[in-house]
Design a protein. Sequence first.
Length: 216
Amino acid sequence: MIQRDYLMRMINMMITMLLRLVGFKNAKEYPKAILDIQTTGKALFGMDWDRVQQFSVAQMMELFGSDLSVAVPKAYMVAVLLKEEAEIRGLMSGEEVSIPLYEKSLDLLLETYLQFNEPVEERHQEFTDDVLERIRRRPLPVELLQKIFVYEELVGRFANAEDVLFRILDVRPEFVEEGIHFYERLLKRSRDELAAGGLPREEVLDGLSELHGRRS
């Protein structure tokens, strides 16, 4: 389990920052918002925020140590700060400027969610879904699509998972085996669960049949 005291200290610092950012955004004081993110980032991670952003997701997880109860909350906080910076940069300079930041934020939000198959804190899914909706239809790296695929199934949005599955297959046909396993897992669920996830049993069977055809 995540160390609750350590996590709560980080979350409280994040909440305080988010409240300040609301005021900066409402007043259109975007440079002050960026400075606040940079200051908070340095306070949380002990290094300049610009340097933190230069690490890949894998490097970040390694940097924060092998103890996942520490590394995962830290990586989650990076993701939230990146999300906020992406929004502010977009307001300042246009949407295109914010896309790389949103992509890295989403990658970290998904990575930290999937490490425990549960949210780090109560707004984790809310933040993840917010970023996901902003860039869902854009071309995304296949590695990120694979994380989205796993996440959508985990949170019970099976139709969304299927959409992502076929995007992956367009780029990586060998992913067909994972797709077959996906449909086989869904067939173990009740009709009500499948309907709630937007993918009725009949569509699951159709998808499974199609992927068996692709495999042969």
